[in-house]
Design a protein around this ligand. Structure first.
Ligand code: GCU
Length: 506
């Protein structure tokens, strides 16, 4: 090839590459503040005003209701086993073919939002793999990244972060608990003393190029700028009050665990809705009223994490669970409800938008979830149920076509463990433990219909009383336990592991 041809080739190549990323071809994503995005959704729905949510501060004048005698203004829950045409569901077939799809449709449209028809594929890559120690357990730790194909809209880049940690000393594929939280290698291997000395020498030399820094370093000839990190398991499922951290309890039981970072999938605020996976699919435009919210997006991301686990021979992918606490407890339940490949869920202190009944008025209310601080978790349509003035009049929790007992029922007959702590230790009354218990009671009839066991009492949610603290109801595929700790599920993890083992890991 002569020089002319070569340079022509490079000119063509660079103009081709340039065309690939020309921003002019793509509109910039909309940049809204959370308040602007919230207002945009109100406008789309024709809502003039929303009722204000009550305050979580008990001494505030507008504090939430904690009077149990008025906590059930809408005592009639939608009948989980009644078809919309009024017929009773009496066979598993009717449940799977008719009733469950009806519930899924309402749950998607009105509560959590629908997945877009076409979501670009995710390609997983193991960025780092090494042997580490978690406590006394030798493990294989993998730092993974799931890149979402953004060739249709390169203005937004989504890279799902997940860490996978499995016991090093097992041949058999292991069950895994995937947990929503910060994703980082638990104990990155550090350089040995010799290597560290070399790095420090080089680092001092580098720093000394600045005369001011050199003068400082000369004052401290024995100082080593770099020390070995001792970081271990920085976030999520960590120990409280001297307990063994959840990840170590899982490893001790022969499980692996994965940490998946929700914020790498979708931001935890309304301003982020034109970014992240929701923004990528919408090409940077605001949501429509039935589009997915952050909870559904996090759940979608967890399902993509499971796609990876299914390809990893170290994993028993038929026994993968999902876990989260608080807003991530909601996300864990939503994940389990919509993704049948997850075999079990540990739902930690999930409250409103999670296991607690929307219709209950005790602690956090629907009006909190429709306000600008939390609406992004839900579908835009959910906002209608907090509207006081709108083109459709006004609506409230009692108008929702579904409730959280049906979200739990969507998981049946797979393993569902609903966990709470106690208000005295910080698992606030705001979460409405009783409202979650009622939902679990009401969901039980579906577990039974499908040949599984529920909590083992009646399904009369207005009558059944919560068991005492630390008394587990762990006989069924649906389980309940309120531990005596705070806003965490770590005190229940040993019960969760034992229950799963008794149910199917034998
Ligand atoms: C707030 C919010 C809850 C949520 C919790 C959390 O208390 O009202 O719904 O679960 O934050 O995630 O920390």
């Amino acid at each position: 090839m002569n020089r002319y041809l070569i340079s022509l080739f490079f000119i063509l190549l660079s103009s081709y590459a340039g065309a690939q990323i020309t921003p002019a071809k793509y509109q910039q994503p909309i940049t809204f503040t959370t308040v602007q995005d919230h207002q945009n959704m109100m406008d789309q729905l024709g809502i003039k005003s929303l009722r204000q949510g009550p305050s979580g501060n008990e001494s505030a004048p507008n504090h939430a209701n904690y009077d149990t005698s008025i906590a059930n203004p809408y005592p009639e829950l939608p009948d989980v086993l009644m078809l919309k045409n009024g017929k009773k569901v009496t066979t598993p077939e009717q449940w799977w073919k008719q009733r469950r799809p009806e519930i899924v449709e309402d749950m998607e449209r009105e509560v959590y939002g629908r997945l877009p028809k076409k979501i670009p594929p995710v390609t997983w890559k193991v960025e780092i793999q090494e042997r580490e120690f978690v406590g006394r357990f030798p493990v294989i730790a993998k730092q993974l990244v799931g890149h979402v194909d953004n060739s249709a809209y390169p203005m937004i880049d989504v890279n799902i972060k997940m860490t996978l940690v499995t016991p090093a000393n097992t041949e058999e594929p292991v069950p895994v608990l995937m947990m929503f939280g910060f994703s980082a290698l638990p104990a990155p291997v550090q350089p040995n003393t010799d290597d560290l000395n070399k790095i420090n020498t080089a680092f001092r030399e580098l720093l000394s190029r600045d005369p001011e820094i050199k003068a400082i370093l000369d004052k401290y000839p024995a100082y080593s700028p770099l020390v070995r990190s001792t970081t271990q398991f920085p976030f999520g499922g960590g120990a409280q009050g001297g307990e063994i951290p959840s990840n170590q309890q899982l490893l001790a039981a022969g499980w692996g665990y994965a940490m998946i970072d929700p914020s790498s999938i979708q931001a935890d605020n309304g301003a982020g809705l034109t970014r992240g996976i929701i923004g990528l699919v919408n090409k940077g435009q605001p949501r429509k009223p039935d589009d997915w919210g952050s909870l559904r997006a996090w759940a979608w991301g967890a399902a993509r994490g499971l796609d990876y686990l299914e390809t990893d021979p170290a994993i028993d992918s038929k026994h993968v669970g999902i876990e989260g606490v608080s807003r991530y407890g909601k996300a864990a339940l939503v994940t389990m409800a919509f993704e049948p490949r997850f075999a079990m869920v540990l739902v930690g202190s999930s409250g409103k938008g999670g296991a607690t009944l929307h219709r209950r008025v005790f602690g956090e209310a629907v009006e909190n979830l429709t306000g600008s601080g939390e609406y992004h978790w839900m579908a835009g349509n959910y906002m209608k149920y907090g509207a006081s003035e709108a083109k459709f009049g006004s609506m409230n929790a009692g108008n929702l076509p579904v409730d959280s007992h049906e979200l739990i029922a969507m998981c049946a007959p797979r393993l569902v463990f609903i966990s709470y702590g106690i208000p005295e230790k910080g698992d606030a009354k705001w979460l409405d433990h009783q409202g979650s218990y009622m939902a679990a009671i009401a969901a039980g009839s579906v577990f039974k219909l499908l040949g599984a066991k529920d909590l083992g009492v009646s399904n009369d949610y207005m009558k059944e009383k919560m068991p005492a603290v630390n008394v587990g109801m762990l006989e069924g595929e649906l389980a309940w336990r309120q531990h005596d700790g705070g806003h965490t599920d770590t005190p229940n993890i040993s019960h969760f592991i034992a229950w799963v083992k008794q149910k199917f890991l034998k």
